[in-house]
Design a protein around this ligand. Sequence first.
Ligand SMILES: Cc1cc2nc3c(=O)[nH]c(=O)nc-3n(C[C@H](O)[C@H](O)[C@H](O)COP(=O)(O)OP(=O)(O)OC[C@H]3O[C@@H](n4cnc5c(N)ncnc54)[C@H](O)[C@@H]3O)c2cc1C
Length: 285
Amino acid sequence: MVEIYKPVTLKEVLQILNKQKTVIFAGGTDLMVKRKRWAGISPKFEEPVVFIADIHELKKIERSEDKLIIGSAVTYTELIESTLIPEYMKNIFSGVASPAIRNIGTMGGNIGNSSPVGDTLPLLYALEAKVNLETENFKRQVDIKDFILGPGLNDLKEGELITSIEIPLKNFNAIDYRKVGTRKSTALAKLSFLGMAEIKDEKVQDIRISFGAVAPTIVRSKEIENEIIAKSLKGEEIDKDELIKLYDELIRPIDDQRSTKDYRKTVCLNLLHSFLKEIIKSSDS
Ligand SMILES: Cc1cc2nc3c(=O)[nH]c(=O)nc-3n(C[C@H](O)[C@H](O)[C@H](O)COP(=O)(O)OP(=O)(O)OC[C@H]3O[C@@H](n4cnc5c(N)ncnc54)[C@H](O)[C@@H]3O)c2cc1C
């Protein structure tokens, strides 16, 4: 028999988490798959389960000029329907699974699951999102790249809950997001690519490039991005082939049931090439 808690407030959730080891259950779309046993038999939960989907403090979306704060229990459907969410983000959230999963699945759960395939992660890495965490007595904020430690691994401490995700907003005027899967709906990514750039005065003022599902965690290199920006601002030539070589070294896909490592790497580098071509063309023009 599974022991369950259905707290009503955030305070109650944190009190329960402080008392004992539990499983935090938001939409349950990852958990029910991970804990499943066989047809007709309920999934196995060894620790008590705490339902957080209806905790109103975790369901807020707030936006100011320079940042967006998304409660960890906000569902994808709620994000897509919110007027506060930029269209390019809605495009990413609309590509997650299917309507039924989007109605209950959350960004908090995508981060909690910490899979390199998670569709929200390339965006969160690119925008340098911060994960807000709370225990009954303590609050902290961690960069997404430091929170996720590997496939299925993260820095969530005992008694801690992801309460919200803080996403800095910037004016990118070139955005290219591609999720490559077997089909458009209900397919995990074979790979994903996100390129974002701010082109102003014919120069690359800012650029962010991230890849999902092709390494143990999301691939992003601030060093390479800074080099592109520096060269562009100085008016120096940007060698696309050289950049592609640098990313080639960072992208380390595996063969699995969804795809092969060769396919993944080739498509990533092709998508990168076409994004760089667009960016460098628009900054040259
Ligand atoms: C059919 C199907 C298709 C899918 N397709 C996609 C897809 O296309 N793209 C994609 O990215 N994912 C996909 N997924 C995976 C899943 O839907 C997402 O990862 C979703 O965001 C998980 O959210 P959830 O609220 O259901 O998480 P849950 O299953 O409730 O939780 C996932 C993990 O996060 C932890 N957790 C949840 N909330 C918190 C919190 N607030 N604080 C701390 N820990 C927390 C849980 O304890 C658990 O370990 C799919 C799943 C299914 C079943």
